[in-house]
Write a protein of this length. Sequence first.
Length: 305
Amino acid sequence: MGTMAASGRPFTVNETHGILLRPEHRIIAASDRLGWKSLYASMQREAPYGAAYVGVPDHLIILHLDGPVTVSRVLGKSWASRVIPPGGLFMLPGGIDFGVRLGGELSTLHLYVRQAVVEEVAADLSSADTGAIALVPRLGARDPLIERIALEVRDALADPDPNAPIYIDYLSRAVAARLVRAHSTRSAPRPEAKTGTLTRIQLDRAIDYMEENLDRSMALLDVAHAVGLSATHFARRFKRSTGSAPHQYLMRCRVERAGRLLAETDNAIAQVALACGFAHQEHLTRVFRRLNGETPARFRRSARA
């Protein structure tokens, strides 16, 4: 099954078209070493160039971070050119050969979304025969929702947050849902059924899995497998059951455990951070203050006063 295959390996630059490997481009940040499996991301400063590329299985979204700049695109015998402003999108479905020419320097964010994730989301929406759904190329389109999600991914590139893998899995499915709903050949869909909730047993299993693995990196698919659901199906039902997305709930669990360890043990704050899955003490301090309104050190003093 495509989703299972995609879940087993990190997504690296070697699975992309190779645009990022051009020597004239300057890579600022990329997800190669972050272990992300459902999505690949990179931020770079691109120099003017022209090239042709062979299609890859997964879907490319390029967000223009500045500009405007002229981009020309060739698909088969079709040629188009647009002046694309900041926030404009270049979107290319998987499996398509294309040519491109960039007319000036440009800062971009590239996202590649696994085809298996799109298939999973399309099946979960259960609104059409997923085999009949094809994504549509875009040149210079604006989509505020995709732009917001892409910028969240950009922020995650620079953040050592241990919640990043599960958060990226969540964001990849949000992008996939938007692609299916707004940028595909999906036609005459049936009304979507209201998402149900997890059973009590499923919810308990999900929470138990999170609690038992707070000290390590966790992917959305890991938790979904513990419950016996697809990642997309699980995320939707979990949010409906708890009011929180899985990555938000997981972060609160980590902060709550940190609070207990701060109050009940003499472990150094750096040790508490690692035991709760935070990258380091400063990361725990930042998240703890955001959620609790005070630093771990102050919380410990208050708890023992």
